[in-house]
Design a protein around this ligand. Structure first.
Ligand code: SF4
Length: 303
């Protein structure tokens, strides 16, 4: 718990570096306080096949966010902060309950601003028998110091790499340094879990899957990200190219984001993926309905 006090007394857990005292009730950019806040504990069947498998992924959706993109499909929890605050001990119990349900893994969704609390809860749960893989499912806007607190506790990293162009990173996520930060964070994740390992049922047990949501009007930005993946991580990297973009939240007020992705745009990116020699891609059907991917946040399983 001393580790928690130290981390949150001057919160610089993520690259926002707010330096606020979350122990005494101050909040920073993310609006997260001292206690972990959770909006939903569920079995999720819409992740990539090696993550959801047949039994589902044990998602835990954390409230608040350190990026708060203008098009966020989970804005009810990320921006509006829907959820219930729980203790670290309860969070550890939730991990064990997800395991008891027979789910393939623990899937921590938008966990960045709760890294210190999560690392304590994971240690508690592991002492009490947590054995299934732990997935860190984040927006990629991470500090190296924050990620190092998770070393040895996380088995699979599932980060986004959202933008290459810092102008759109600034406009859509108020984070012009996102491209450089995400690139360094993903390299740190790869250092921690260098090998992609699957069990006999093709369920991932260790490794990295990098996600990229192709945005309308910006498919050429995706090329730069794919080039970086090839050069920095190698052609065998598992990459999930998402086509599910639908204008939500504040996206309708921004001309470039106010429509869905076209088949042409998505095809250009998937063709580029193959043309540069990347080998391991997960592609989405173009008619993927966003409603299927947006969970009903109702506090199920939280208390
Ligand atoms: S975790 Fe939240 S309070 Fe801490 S630095 Fe990041 S945005 Fe600021």
């Amino acid at each position: 718990m001393k580790q928690l006090q130290t981390a949150l007394r001057h919160c610089n857990i993520c690259p926002r570096n707010c330096n606020v005292n979350r122990i005494n009730g101050q909040t920073g950019f993310c609006h997260a306080s001292l206690h972990p806040k959770v909006a939903l504990v569920s079995a999720h069947f819409w992740e990539e096949p090696p993550i959801s498998g047949t039994k589902g992924s044990g998602t835990i959706f954390f409230s608040h966010c350190n990026l708060r993109c203008v098009f966020c499909q989970n804005h009810k929890i990320s921006e509006e902060g829907f959820g219930t605050e729980i203790s670290i001990e309860r969070l550890a119990e939730i991990f064990l309950e997800q395991q008891e349900k027979g789910l393939h893994n623990i899937n921590l969704v938008s966990p960045t601003h709760y890294i210190p609390q999560i690392s304590i809860a994971l240690r508690l749960a592991k002492k009490s028998g947590l054995q299934i893989p732990v997935i860190y499912n984040s927006n990629g806007y991470e500090s190296i110091e924050g990620l190092r607190q998770l070393e040895g506790l996380v088995d699979i990293y599932l980060p986004d790499f959202k933008y290459w162009d810092k102008t759109i990173a600034k406009e859509y996520s108020a984070a012009p340094n996102y491209p450089a930060i995400a690139a360094q964070a993903i390299l740190e994740m790869k250092r921690q879990v260098p090998q992609d390992i699957f069990d006999e049922n093709a369920i991932m047990t260790n490794g990295l899957i990098l996600r990229h949501l192709v945005l309308p009007s910006h498919y050429q930005d995706s090329y730069h990200i794919l080039d970086w993946i090839k050069e920095s991580l190698g052609v065998d990297t598992y990459v999930s190219l998402l086509s599910q973009y639908t204008p939500m939240h504040r996206a309708n007020t921004i001309k470039t984001l106010s429509r869905r992705l076209t088949t042409f745009e998505y095809q250009k990116v998937t063709e580029y993926f193959l043309n540069i020699g990347l080998k391991n891609g997960f592609m989405q059907k173009r008619n993927s309905a966003t409603s299927e991917y947006t969970p009903m946040f109702n506090l199920e399983g939280v208390e």
